[in-house]
Design a binder for this molecule. Structure first.
Ligand code: MGD
Ligand code: MGD
Ligand code: SF4
Length: 768
């Protein structure tokens, strides 16, 4: 009884604490260069910004991370002062996380790129000279054209991320005719979960994990670290469910923030999750705890699955996962007792060990046994909003860039499938090994070096942190040296910018219009982005750059629109709206969804061949990859080494916000988490400065030791995005250690093409 009381008290405390934290964040980080705006009339002897002139409010969607919450931006006299969550937007509901608030500071970062530049020194030296936009675009177009004439359009690769990437990675790439467009948010992030979902349900997960939070009773997180992964509405939904008393099971080798609030923390041996998942299925099936009616009506392959899991008992899994067999059985029962309002939430960053699609399928099979899909409190079916593309002639190739965001890239025409150098597609348009729905970014590097199976000679990098996001950075540098042409479009002098031939500085999301943000959701919706102020310095938006390049490359027929407002208004006309009407409707258009089975009448919501959930994946079986998930042992750390794990920090996004003044002030450098007893045995203590060295001799640091009992002895943990080597980033340069630089190898998932990066081992070296 005492335990229950304590739990309720703690939940109530957490709810108010989190609400308080949100309130603080909302009040605190908005004014000037993103610093606190005290609620006083006079600030530093001057009237508060809100008295200095008329407050202009504009609609936008946040670009500080890929979640893209709807925001309202307040500016006075051409200066942005404040960003608030848009209450009408389903992904912010009037709130923001710290990074969203930090957008003002991101925009006013004095280190920003300010004018187009051409290289004057060697690649990598970072020596440039400023030029006019006309000179930069003319030279870039000339180079691109020359490469395409000699080697074909496919010899230009385009890497893109952040929300303006649509213009380059999707629109420009498909119109130009290169299949070699890729986003890190696919093969370095979500591709296993998307591929597994497509194989099992015929449907992708989409950008927003469709957990029906309001009615949820039991949440299981496999590695997802909500709270450190600080996606705004996800944290709101989690907090509400938790405060309501939903059970929480967290599986993580590290006691993450969310694990510290969970009912069950399973400190699993890294890389053994599939064994745990198989054992959970064993318990759920053998104890008849599955939803037999649902399984009979909506799934295919149950008998094969039942036979398959017989050997995978909790005792078998205990020996592999280093978790007690009773705990494995008990947590399976907790899930089943709460079904169908019980879900294993698909993680987002799912490229871990190279066998990741099978692990994700195992998660989906459990959710299916519990009858969670299409049921209130389980998973809803998300639906994309209806809106027409801007009319254009058919593109030369179909998009293959993928990515975790169901956004602008849905807007692609039905063009023939390309044959990329990763050999994904047969000439008849059938996916060769049906594997790898999206082009794998890391696999496009080899053809840049070897020229096989055909050469890639030019690279356009839009909003991708090339030397901080792709493993094996030395290989990337080798490729950069070999290329005939490198064009970088960015807002900051990130490390890779020094390797460009031409640098085009973009205006930030607060200074530009952009493609509409179309979101597959329980309530499908469309959000708009408009500039709050004129672009700072000599910067321009991506849509303008893509169009200017297109016009110079004889692609006029794809760029008939004269400006972005015409483009957007034409699209919006198809849903009876316009930019003006959207402004009157709080910046969003919300449509009706079809979340549950009853919304489909006699039709099946699943898009597999059988129109059912395919527990047994025939396609995988035919390809020799196994119709049902199996546990595969992975390499263990050599003596004296620990596995390198990594993840997020609540106030930073990847490697792009470390230089943002207010976010830098909150968390200026990362730490290496190591088990306290192990650290002591190795002669290290909390606060020591060390270097990390991996199995191949790559080093990063110095970084501070965080000696803690909250992590297993076989792993260390770093927040991703630090340890940068970019002198132009005056705050971030040289702070902490880089997980990426220690990831000299990765394990390729044969099904999704995802690059598992948790296959590197490090040891601590005293700072010299
Ligand atoms: P992961 O990187 O998959 O994160 O966020 P998630 O999908 O939640 O998981 C990190 C967790 O996995 C860590 O707690 C780590 O200890 C644990 N882990 C490591 N190895 C294993 C293992 O073998 N088994 C298990 N069970 N757990 C393991 C990523 C997500 O975050 C993504 S993809 C994006 S795009 C967003 N990025 C982002 C950001 O940059 N900053 C912030 N603040 N939030 C973000 N939210 C999103
Ligand atoms: P960021 O560091 O956010 O990561 O990969 P990236 O998207 O490459 O880099 C964004 C880049 O865009 C930066 O160079 C930034 O300056 C620039 N930028 C920001 N705003 C704008 C803009 O408005 N316009 C333009 N043109 N540029 C802009 C993320 C990817 O990384 C993902 S999604 C995941 S989940 C993986 N995470 C991950 C990890 O956790 N560890 C390691 N080692 N590698 C990882 N790779 C993947
Ligand atoms: Fe911006 Fe935070 Fe929302 Fe991401 S979760 S879009 S950083 S407010």
């Amino acid at each position: 009884m005492a335990r229950v009381k304590l739990q309720i008290t703690r939940r109530a405390f957490m709810k108010s604490a989190l609400a308080g934290g949100g309130g603080l964040a909302m009040a605190g980080l908005g004014a000037g260069a993103g610093l606190a705006a005290p609620p006083a009339r006079i600030i530093d002897g001057e009237p508060g910004w809100f008295y200095r002139g008329e407050i202009k409010r504009t609609y936008n969607y946040c670009d500080m991370c890929p979640w893209r919450c709807g925001v309202i931006v307040e500016s006075v006299n051409g200066q942005v002062y404040k960003i608030d969550g848009n209450p009408a937007d389903p992904k912010s509901r009037g709130m923001l996380c710290a990074r969203g608030q930090g957008g003002v500071s991101f925009m006013y970062d004095p280190d920003r790129l300010q004018a187009p530049m051409v290289r004057t020194g060697e690649r990598g030296e970072g020596k440039f000279q400023e030029v006019t936009w006309t000179e930069a675009l003319d030279q870039a177009a000339e180079k691109i054209q020359a490469i395409a004439d000699e080697y074909g359009p496919e010899s230009i690769a385009i890497f893109g991320h952040t929300s303006g990437d649509f213009w380059l990675t999707d629109y420009f790439a498909q119109a130009f005719g290169t299949p070699n467009a890729a986003k890190p948010s696919a093969s370095l992030c979500t591709s296993p979960r998307e591929e597994a979902s497509t194989l099992t349900f015929g449907l992708p997960v989409g950008g927003h994990e469709p957990v029906d939070w309001d009615y949820l009773k039991c949440l299981t997180l496999i590695g997802s670290h909500i709270g450190e992964d600080s996606r705004n509405t996800l944290m709101q939904d989690y907090t509400n469910a938790w405060a309501r008393g939903a059970k929480v099971i967290v599986v993580d080798p590290r006691m993450s923030t969310v694990a510290s609030k969970a009912d069950y923390w399973l400190p699993i041996k890294p890389g053994t999750d599939t064994a745990l998942l198989l054992a959970w299925m064993n318990v759920i099936i053998n104890e008849n705890r599955y939803d037999a009616e649902y399984v009979a009506e909506w799934t295919e392959g149950f008998e094969a699955l039942k036979a398959h899991v017989q050997a995978f008992t909790p005792e078998w899994a205990a020996g592999i996962t280093e978790l007690p067999a009773e705990l494995i059985a008990e947590t399976a029962r907790v899930m089943a007792d709460n079904a169908p309002q019980a879900v294993i939430m698909p993680g987002r960053h799912t490229t871990w060990y190279g066998n990741d699609t099978q692990r994700m399928r195992a998660e989906y099979l459990i959710n299916s046994l519990l009858g969670a899909y299409g049921r209130q409190g389980g998973f809803y079916f998300n639906k994309s909003p209806y809106i027409e593309s801007y009319p254009h002639p058919p593109f030369l190739v179909k998009g293959t860039s993928g990515g975790c965001s169901a956004g602008p890239s849905e807007d692609v025409a039905n063009a023939p499938l390309p044959a990329g150098p990763t050999g994904k597609h047969r000439a008849d348009g059938v996916r060769e090994d049906f594997l790898r729905g999206a082009t794998a970014m890391q696999e496009l590097i080899d053809p840049m070096i070897s020229g096989e199976p055909y050469p890639i000679k030019g690279l356009i990098v839009y909003g991708v942190n090339l030397l901080n996001s792709i493993p094996d950075t030395e290989r990337t540098k080798e490729a950069l040296k070999k290329l005939d042409f490198v064009l970088v479009i960015d807002v900051l002098p990130q490390e890779h910018v020094a390797w460009a031939d031409i640098v085009l500085p973009e205006a930030t999301y607060l200074e530009r219009y952009d493609e509409l943000w179309t979101v597959a959701h329980k309530t499908p919706y469309i959000a708009m982005r408009e500039p709050a102020v004129e672009p700072l310095y000599d910067t321009k938006p991506a849509w303008w750059m893509a169009r200017e390049l297109g016009l110079r490359l004889d692609m006029d027929k794809y760029f008939k629109w004269q400006d972005i407002e015409e483009y957007l208004n034409t699209r919006l006309m198809s849903v009876g709206s316009s930019l003006d009407k959207m402004r009157e409707q709080n910046g969003v258009i919300i449509q009706k969804g079809k979340p549950y089975f009853e919304d489909y009448g006699n039709k099946s919501p699943f898009h597999t061949k059988s129109k059912k959930i395919e527990l047994f994946a025939h396609e995988l079986e035919l390809a020799g990859l196994g119709g049902l998930p199996v546990y595969e042992e992975i390499e263990q750390p050599p003596d004296g080494y620990m596995r390198l794990l990594y993840g997020r920090h609540p106030v930073h996004t990847f490697a792009k916000t470390q230089n943002t003044p207010v976010l830098h002030a909150l968390y200026p450098e990362n730490e290496v988490w190591i088990n306290e007893d192990l650290a002591a045995a190795q002669g290290f203590k909390d606060g020591d400065m060390v270097w990390l060295e991996n199995q191949d001799g790559a080093r990063s640091g110095p970084v501070r030791v965080k000696a803690t009992q909250r992590i297993r002895k076989d792993a260390v943990y770093l927040v991703h995005g630090f340890g940068q080597n970019a002198p132009g980033l005056s705050r971030a340069n040289g702070k902490g250690a880089s997980d990426t630089k220690l990831e000299t190898r990765y394990a390729l998932d044969p099904i999704s093409g995802g690059a598992g990066m948790r296959v590197n081992f490090v040891h601590l070296v005293k700072e010299a």
